[in-house]
Design a protein around this ligand. Structure first.
Ligand code: 13P
Ligand code: SF4
Length: 303
């Protein structure tokens, strides 16, 4: 890390009583300086309970919005306001309302990779770490799952008693990981386990020894006696996997596993954000209150 920029960031964080949260896909140097790194679930829980006055969110827009929904009394900064998520943009309120009208009374389970507006029109949220628990917590035997078709279909395999209406959204980064690329890595490293994120295409997940969220990957690789892993998720995950497991080898399943949005935020952006206390992410109060209900229902599902 550039020491002087790191020091300036740390000083400004202290001055503003700010906390720096970074998603597991952020650049190495951003993860290195963060107070807390984690998956979407861990970061939402942290945003809900932190005592800081300011949250600097190194992630993408929907994550900063979730922090603003859960912590309305705090200033939420997103150093790169152009860091969006194409999957979150694959569903509009009008489209979701049209689908709901076709399935009256059917609850909507919304992956947190979605806008605040979409959350506000949903019954409950989920992340990749708790999606199965969230779906199982519902009394209804039918549900609408928005927006990730791959996470939805992966969860559906474990609850055959429930009927799913899927939205056909997807993560372009995970869908760029092909069966051919994974098979190539498997043939080069026959002694490695293959782990992947449930945002991957079903035919790729079918090849995996373990499918889980980013934090689930840390737990799995730490606990496993295997020495080698082919990793099927965004490349940023490798930073902490390698740091925490010095004796183990981690191989990216495909060179296409780079999310351009997750790679936008630099240390310079974080510094500028703290110097200018901008850009601030806010959510209109009426939307925030409704979206908060969906997030609170998710956070109330026992771990
Ligand atoms: P999580 O495993 O943290 O939910 O991350 C998935 C993702 O794609 C975030 O954009
Ligand atoms: Fe969105 Fe996929 Fe990038 Fe996550 S990795 S922000 S789901 S495009």
């Amino acid at each position: 890390m550039n020491d002087s920029i790191g020091q300036e960031i740390r000083e400004l964080l202290k001055l503003h009583n700010a906390v720096l949260l970074a998603h597991n896909y952020m650049r190495d140097e951003v993860q290195e300086i963060a107070d807390i790194t984690g998956d979407s679930l861990a970061l939402s829980m942290e945003a809900a309970k932190t005592k800081a006055d300011v949250i600097v969110f190194c992630g993408v827009h929907f994550m900063a919005e979730s922090a603003a929904i859960l912590s309305p009394d705090k200033k939420v900064l997103l150093p790169r306001p152009d860091a969006g998520c194409p999957m979150a943009d694959m569903v509009t309120v009008e489209e979701l309302e049209a689908l709901k009208a076709k399935h009256p009374g059917v609850p909507v389970v919304t992956y947190v990779n979605s806008s605040a507006e979409i959350k506000a029109h949903s019954d409950i949220c989920c992340t990749s770490a708790n999606a199965l628990r969230v779906v199982r917590s519902l009394a209804e035997d039918e549900l609408i799952f928005v927006p990730d078709r791959n996470l939805g279909r992966w969860v559906a395999r474990f609850v055959p008693e429930k009927r799913f209406v899927f939205w056909e959204g997807f993560c372009p980064t995970h869908e760029r990981m092909t069966v051919a690329a994974v098979q190539q890595k498997k043939s080069e490293h026959p002694d490695a386990l293959f782990i992947c994120h449930p945002e991957s295409a079903p035919e790729v997940s079918a090849l995996a020894d373990h499918v889980c969220s980013t934090s689930g990957m840390y737990d799995y690789c730490r606990a496993s006696s295997a020495r080698k892993f082919i990793v099927g998720t965004e490349a940023g995950i490798l930073y902490k996997l390698r740091l925490e497991n010095p004796g183990k080898e981690f191989i990216l399943a495909s060179p296409a596993l780079i999310c351009p949005n997750m790679k936008l935020t630099s240390l310079e952006d974080v510094l500028y954000s703290l110097q200018t206390m901008s850009p601030v992410v806010t959510v209109a109060e009426a939307t925030r209150l409704k979206a908060r209900q969906a997030l609170d229902r998710m956070l109330a599902v026992p771990r």
